[in-house]
Design a binder for this molecule. Sequence first.
Ligand code: ZN
Length: 351
Amino acid sequence: MSDYSIGVDLGGTNLRIAAVDAEGGLLEKLTTGTEVQRGRDYVIREMCDAIQSLSTKHRATGKLLGIGVGVPGFIDMDTGTIMRSPNLQDWANFPVREEIERRLGTKVILENDANSAAMGEKWLGAGRNIQHMAMYTLGTGVGGGIVLNGRLWHGMNGMAGELGHFNIESEGHPCGCGSHGCLEQYASATAVVRMAREAIASGNAPDLAEAAGGNVEFTSRSIYQLAIQGHSTAQKIYRIVGRALAIGIAGMTNALNLPMYVIGGGVANAWDAFAPAMFEELKVRSFVYNVTAPGSVGPGAKHTVVTIALLGDDAGLFGAARLPMLPALTQTEPVRTPALRATSSEEAGIG
Ligand SMILES: [Zn+2]
């Protein structure tokens, strides 16, 4: 008998659900397409049906500890709502957590998908032996998560860890968040393809243009294949990815001096194409990194590790399953408004 929980990874294309025991053993995993276009109620019903069938099937395994659901978007942990999600447009400001809890009659933890991935890597992946880390998930966008003392750092209301929106170029490419030059615009799969298309359009990348010609599957992965085959423009694009990551990680290293930064998501598979530029730039961009890099300290001394994630696509799923196993903790920081002496009726909120 082993107690278990159910983790859900609700992506823009796939809905994945897993029953995981308290030791991190996978009991069962279900994957279905997310038919987002059929609307929120349809997706929630599908999800709840699948959770119910898993929990019925594994009833004899042990006690169901709870359900963790990772979703893309900005989450308000206090209210259990999705504030904004590019992939789940009609979900904004809908009480998702409450609705799932009502349907299942069980406590549910709603979490940002990149935070879930960070928790997964902390529990069973690259960060399993450390207490503090930050994770970057390089996918369609760039997600982030910060783990401090073994727990996710949520900030005031659950929106902490948006590492993909660290500024890399102050007037750089416009970002979906409303800013310009965010990390996401230089290190996501979308950005890699955009930079390749920009290079082709400029007329300065005949090698890339030839490779892209007639290739309907022109993706960050195929651009990586070109980079390792020696195409100079593809190599240059991945050096931009590495440099952008370094600027982001340098900011984090300077601010928090964490022992580990984990890089996951599909683009992380191009590690050998971007990592050399990343490590080179990191030493320039962060003094803290420079003096704590593995090559700068003696054997056995504390050092900063920047490394690839180990769980692949399953990080978010395992992380979501982990959440209900952790002892209950206030998810966000309570905010107490100081008892200021009001100087006008407006400040006192009685205008
Ligand atoms: Zn942004």
